[in-house]
Write a protein that binds this ligand. Structure first.
Ligand code: IMP
Length: 411
């Protein structure tokens, strides 16, 4: 009953998509357990926001778990995009939990207003409705996949109740009377989502448990990263769904007893998509960040915003490893880091507890695709990785050396 959980160890964008795609080759089931279409996983030419990355492996059953908030229109768009490019998506390889919440039009409108309301304290959300949908979930005002498949009159009565409440808030608090809250259009859209998504919606936990009982291999794909978790991240500049190992269990119905491996994905430098005023202690000088951003294309997969770039932050990574119980690390983007002549790592001095930097030579070639083993890597890249592994205290089991599935070193 092996279950492997893949968790982002920083503020998201660590390169989890490619790793999940790689690991999915040996997985019977691939579960996405958190987030919504605020996430963007890049796998080759595809940018996935909701469909688990395991979809590229024809034998893997992909599950969108109860912990995910789904924008149904975008999910349908993503399914069609995949199908148009020859990736088959059917109820055989994609299942959606009846317990997953839908992002409704009002969640997206509210996300915009709430950001404005925060003024200087703006989070810089992706404006996908994430904060409002998870607030409604916890507040018990949510609309779930199980509601979408109700017969028409029951669906309408559930919708009306939630719609009226949202309309009152939007009109009374935010003076919003726009056409995105047109009831006729909303019900029309919901009926379209119902007919399109109906085949995929099911109770997903029994599928997972049955597979576990048969000894099948399950891969769990986290979106965002631990530092965006609303409990253990840099609150309030976080997202609203659970991004840790605990979130994986809560967002899927898998029990802790079934976990065999928790893999933390670490990018060899740090990136963060947030407003400039928010603290980012290891941020690089701008000229270096700019070089790395261009080399590695560090722009948000969902919003296109440029990512802030910093050195590796070991104290935070140790904390993240502890919170999640990492059993191994996957390290990404070692190729890109070579564009800088030298690099720094932030660590905590054992004597005085203060953050300090170690400077190390870099400047290796940025095309490492001919490296098939650890010893093929340039000497300075090997030294850097060994140092990181020692400082975090968790073994590095996989090193990604390029964007393609096979550009990987397994140690
Ligand atoms: P929200 O999840 O849209 O509410 O955004 C909250 C914060 O999380 C913002 O700073 C976003 O930029 C960040 N965020 C959300 N999803 C991702 C992601 O997949 N990668 C990186 N940052 C993200």
């Amino acid at each position: 009953m092996p279950v492997t959980i893949v968790i982002g160890a920083q503020w998201g964008d660590e390169g989890k998509g490619k790793i999940v795609d790689y690991l999915a080759q040996k997985s019977d089931i691939c579960i996405r357990f958190n987030g919504g279409d605020n996430a963007g996983h890049t796998v080759g030419e595809f940018k996935l926001h909701l469909v688990p990355c395991g979809i590229f492996n024809s034998k893997t059953v992909c599950i969108i778990g109860n912990g995910v908030a789904i924008n149904p229109n975008n999910l349908i768009g993503e399914i069609e995009h995949l199908e148009n490019r020859g990736i088959s998506v059917s109820s055989k390889n994609l299942r959606i939990s009846t317990r997953a919440h839908l992002i409704m039009p009002w969640h997206i409108i509210l996300d915009g207003f709430q950001e404005e309301e925060r003024g200087q304290g703006k989070i810089g959300t992706t404006k996908k409705g994430i904060g409002p949908v998870f607030s409604d979930k916890i507040g018990r005002f949510g609309f779930r996949m199980e509601d979408l498949i109700l017969e028409r009159n029951k669906l309408e009565s559930k919708l009306k109740e939630l719609y009226e409440r949202a309309r009152t808030i939007l009109s009374k608090v935010y003076n919003y009377h726009g056409e995105d809250m047109d009831y006729g259009l909303i019900i029309q859209d919901l009926l379209r989502y119902q007919s399109r998504l109906f085949p995929y919606i099911t109770a997903t936990e029994p599928i997972i448990w049955k597979a576990l009982d048969k000894g099948k291999h399950i891969l769990m794909e986290g979106a965002q990263g631990t530092l965006l978790d609303p409990d253990f991240g840099t609150y309030p500049q976080t997202t609203s769904s659970l991004c840790t190992t605990n979130g994986a269990l809560q967002g899927s119905g898998v029990s802790w007893k079934d976990i065999t491996e928790v893999i933390g994905v670490v990018k060899v430098y740090t990136t963060r998509v947030c407003e400039k005023i928010h603290p980012f202690p290891t941020e690089m000088p701008q000229n270096m960040g700019d070089i790395l951003r261009e080399q590695a294309g560090e722009y948000g997969a969902t919003t296109g915003r440029s990512r802030r770039i910093g050195w590796l932050d070991i104290p935070r990574l140790k904390y993240v490893a502890r919170i999640n119980g990492f059993t191994a690390l996957v390290v990404t983007r070692i190729d890109n880091l070579g564009v800088l002549p030298s690099v720094k790592i932030c660590y905590q001095d054992a004597k005085d507890g203060r953050p300090k930097y170690i400077k190390m030579p870099a400047g290796w070639k940025t095309d490492l695709t001919d490296c098939l083993t650890f010893s093929d890597l340039p000497g300075d890249a090997q030294k850097y990785l060994k140092k990181v592994e020692k400082l975090i205290g968790v073994p590095i089991s996989i090193i990604s050396v390029g964007p393609e599935r096979n550009q990987i070193i397994v140690r």
